[in-house]
Design a protein around this ligand. Structure first.
Ligand SMILES: Nc1nc2c(ncn2[C@@H]2O[C@H](COP(=O)(O)OP(=O)(O)OP(=O)(O)O)[C@@H](O)[C@H]2O)c(=O)[nH]1
Ligand SMILES: [Mg+2]
Length: 465
């Protein structure tokens, strides 16, 4: 499957716009409904979803698609722009000396993120140090130290000290050689007063350049209250979403971003120090909507629809070279000409068939003019499945019947059969050549044969023996 479930229902809605130059209110309603469903399932707050829906609806109906843009692409780009607006750009994280404080509830992934970020900065050529101030949870020191080891970065902690503020102060001093200080803090089940007091004190002691709120991707509506309280007490400049390797899509992060007026800084997607990436709106939006990379969505929607068509009709141009060339193949060929251009160009797309080979063919072999094509199509519509598969079995009485059925004269029907025969013979010659011969011949034609080849066909015509 090209796109996953949610993506595919959105794709279906968008697909219905295919070929339209204008969208109706109903079209937009359908699309917006799909988007709402995806976002709500991804834990995005209802009010945010509604705001977004309104802007999309308004713009999709009021704005004129730029010249040459299809309705579908127009709606798609509006959806994307509005989503980017909602999600925002990545939090600015300059590659310079700085102190970063991480805050968040218990188990949200602070300690892991500290190590991941330290690793990330070290890969950017900076020297990071981790300062571990969690005196609340037994084992916090060992965990942080072990992770710092894996990230191969400086580490400071003091398992015997009970005052986190003192640890923070001592830690900055002890690691003064480092450029980037990342301060890990203790988590609690909920935001109790003592946690707030503690983190405020640490904040004052280390005077960070930025405070990041670490959120588990699975957090839903709880994100709002949490984000507001942390923002009130220390101020939040960015959000880190962790555990995106799970099933949760991280919509709660948008609530937090909205609540704190901040943006997303990093994404975590695993337990290893390497499982971190800078936030990038396009990928995240795609995830929220349950789609692949949305940047390429327009292309993908396009491609997906072509693929669906091909799947349905189960027709592959390469088959023409393998088996019997039927009237069905011919019909596809004629349709393909409408979509893709003339047969010689189509043949160019088939591996091993390019290189101007078709130029050597008699002109009328592939020449089906628009007019003839249209009448051929009508004629073929009057043929039975059997006749289409096996045109050689079409005798005089069938010609008569087909002519009557299609409203064309018998001569036209015979002309079609003649045309088919010609194309079929030409293709047979290709088949007869075999892969090796074909390659040799192509080389010769392209002047790559060396010796006296000289680019000409010489005496070796492709269709002689
Ligand atoms: N799969 C996965 N697990 C993660 C990720 N980030 C953290 N974890 C795991 O989640 C658990 C909690 O992570 P910690 O980094 O200890 O969380 P914390 O916020 O420091 O927890 P406290 O210090 O107790 O408040 C650990 O088992 C981590 O391995 C992630 O991105 N993906
Ligand atoms: Mg921790």
């Amino acid at each position: 499957m090209v796109l996953d479930d949610l993506g595919s229902s959105l794709r279906d809605s968008l697909g219905q716009l295919s070929g339209q130059t204008r969208v109706t209110e109903e079209d937009v309603e359908d699309i917006v409904k799909e988007i709402q469903r995806s976002l709500l399932q991804a834990d995005v707050e209802v009010s945010l979803v509604m705001d977004l829906s309104d802007s999309i609806k308004e713009r999709a109906l009021e704005e004129e698609p730029p010249g040459g843009t299809s309705a579908r692409d127009h709606v798609l780009s509006i959806v994307y722009e509005e989503m980017v607006d909602l999600v925002g750009d990545s939090t600015d994280i300059p590659l310079e000396e700085q102190t970063i404080l991480l805050a968040g509830l218990q188990g949200s992934g602070k300690t892991t993120t500290t190590a991941k970020m330290a690793w990330w900065f070290s890969k950017k050529g900076l020297r990071p140090a981790i300062v571990q101030t969690d005196t609340f949870r037994p084992g916090a020191y060992d965990q942080a130290k072990e992770m710092a080891g894996r990230a191969e970065v400086d580490f400071y902690g003091d398992p015997d000290e009970e005052d986190p503020v003192k640890i923070a102060r001592d830690g900055l001093e002890a690691t003064s050689d480092a450029d980037v200080h990342i301060v890990d803090t203790a988590g609690r089940h909920a935001l109790e007063d003592d946690l707030i007091d503690e983190i405020e004190e640490i904040e004052r002691a280390v005077n960070p350049d930025r405070n990041l709120l670490v959120l588990d991707a699975a957090i839903g509506q709880g994100a709002k209250e949490q984000a507001r309280q942390f923002d009130d007490s220390i101020g939040i400049e960015g959000v880190v979403v962790t555990k995106l390797d799970g099933t949760a899509k991280g919509g709660g992060a948008l609530t937090a971003v909205n609540e704190t007026g901040s943006s997303i800084a990093f994404l975590g997607s695993g337990e290893e120090v390497r499982d971190i990436e800078r936030f990038e709106p396009s990928g995240f939006i795609s995830r929220l909507l349950g789609m692949g990379d949305l940047k390429q969505l327009t292309e993908r929607v396009e491609r997906a629809m072509e693929e669906t068509q091909e799947d349905e009709e189960d027709w592959d141009p390469e088959d023409m070279l393998k088996g019997e060339f039927t009237l069905k193949d011919m019909r596809h060929q004629m349709q393909a000409m409408n979509n893709m251009g003339p047969l010689d160009q189509v043949m160019d797309m088939i591996p091993g068939m390019g290189g101007g080979l078709m130029d050597e063919l008699p002109d009328d072999a592939m020449d089906v003019t628009q007019d003839r094509m249209r009448s051929f199509e009508v004629i073929m519509d009057s043929m039975t499945e059997m006749e289409l598969e096996n045109p050689r079995a079409i005798g005089a009485s069938q010609v008569e019947r087909i002519a009557r059925g299609s409203g064309k004269d018998e001569e036209r029907v015979r002309e079609l059969l003649e045309q088919h025969k010609m194309m079929s013979q030409t293709l047979k010659q290709f088949q007869g050549m075999g892969q090796g011969n074909m390659e040799r011949m192509m080389k010769k034609m392209q002047g790559g044969g060396g010796g006296g080849g000289g680019g000409g066909m010489g005496g070796m015509g492709p269709f002689g023996d």
